[in-house]
Design a binder for this molecule. Structure first.
Ligand SMILES: C[S@@+](CC[C@H](N)C(=O)[O-])C[C@H]1O[C@@H](n2cnc3c(N)ncnc32)[C@H](O)[C@@H]1O
Length: 359
């Protein structure tokens, strides 16, 4: 029990980091470039967002008119449920006529923007009105579920420790969404099939990002990405690739340049392609790529066969590795790919198996 509490507290702490305004702006702009009316007439819900400091709330409230939104709803999770020790309500809250010292710790809050409250002829951040939720603002509560069902589009950086549940919660409601997650989530059994079947895909902006720490300052997280089911231009841009022969001649990677063939796995009929830009354009068979391929994936150009990890790998038909190799390389696992280099068995990092789209 004590361990569970400790784990929960650790998760809660790890869930507490905030997205920067320019990162949100960059990603949202990409959807607008593809379809200027993507948000027009829509109700947007930002769950998991303390509106007093969430840049998601700020961005969507400030751009309410520009985006043509119908309604913006932003909800937050109660301090007590966050299991965070040092926490003081903001002046915004304490000076509000709605302030309630008890509810301040135990209840979530809801901010709504759907009318020109101050009658200044504009819909903007000054028209946000708020109240406490009945409960703590857990996205799994009936209260927040009802808001989800009311919304057209759900956007947030959710708690990473509940990412599986959050994705299931989105799928259950069949809504459009744009969310931030950890790149590792790609291999979750609740997530990968959605990527494989083009039910969900990566957003536009990738790469390391810095998030705001609750105590101030920034933390770098190299492995976060956006997940969405809203279309954008990047995913319809095929990668410009060299042929296999051109790769051997011109690749910038020493693993490829000067070679005569791509490495073939021992336990699955596919070649190892350790870099996205080294995919040979003229190869029709299966290829193993790092997870970062998904950030470049264009469904008109490639199809995803599966992920070579654990049970998914076994289901794909990866042959078990010969047991005697375990002595030479103890990291070998059934369900994962391996190849031989100068007779030594090598297990590459998690690979996604793809092939050229068969027309
Ligand atoms: C990664 S932070 C991001 C916060 C904000 N969306 C942003 O991007 O700045 C995730 C937030 O979700 C909140 N949270 C944790 N568990 C939650 C739950 N079950 N329901 C709703 N929010 C939750 C955390 O308190 C935290 O503030």
């Amino acid at each position: 029990m004590a361990n569970t509490n400790l784990a929960n507290a650790k998760n809660a702490k790890n869930d507490e980091f905030y997205t920067q305004y320019p990162d949100i702006q960059k990603e949202i702009n990409a959807y607008l470039e593809y379809d200027a009316d993507v948000f027009r007439g829509k109700t947007v819900l930002l769950p998991c967002d303390d509106p007093e400091w969430s840049n998601f709330t700020k961005f969507f409230a400030q751009n309410f008119e520009l985006l043509g939104l119908k309604k913006l709803i932003s909800t937050s999770y109660a301090v007590e449920s966050k299991k965070i020790q040092e926490w003081k309500p903001t002046i915004f809250e304490t000076e509000s006529p709605y302030y309630d010292a008890d509810k301040s710790r135990t209840n979530g809050k809801i901010f709504i923007l759907d009318e020109d409250i101050n009658n200044d002829g504009r819909f903007n951040i000054n028209d946000l009105h708020w109240t406490y939720l009945e409960g703590d603002g857990d996205f799994r509560s009936d209260e927040v579920k009802a808001l989800r069902d009311e919304a057209d589009i759900i956007i947030t950086n959710p708690p990473f420790s509940l990412f599986r549940e959050f994705v299931a919660w989105l799928m259950e409601a069949n809504k459009q969404f744009i969310i931030i997650g950890n790149m590792n989530a790609v291999s979750y059994k609740e997530v990968f099939p959605l990527l494989k079947d083009n039910v969900m895909w990566m957003g536009v902006s990738s790469g390391a990002r810095e998030y705001i720490k609750p105590e101030g300052g920034f933390m770098k997280m190299g492995n976060t990405c956006w997940y969405t089911n809203i279309d954008h231009g990047r995913r319809h841009q095929p990668l410009r690739l060299m042929t296999m022969a051109e790769n051997f001649k011109h690749s910038k990677h020493k693993e490829i340049r000067g070679k005569k063939e791509y490495i073939h796995y021992e336990n699955y009929d596919a070649i190892e392609v350790p870099f996205v830009d080294a995919i040979p354009s003229d190869y029709n068979g299966a290829m193993g790529l790092p997870k970062s391929f998904l950030e470049k994936y264009c469904p008109e150009q490639f199809e995803i066969i599966g992920i070579a990890e654990g049970d998914s790998g076994k289901e794909l038909g990866l042959k078990p590795f010969p047991r005697e190799l375990k002595k030479v390389n103890p990291s070998l696992r059934d369900g994962q790919l391996y190849y031989l280099l100068d007779g030594y068995p090598i297990k590459p990092f998690a690979r996604i198996l793809i092939r050229k789209k068969q027309s």
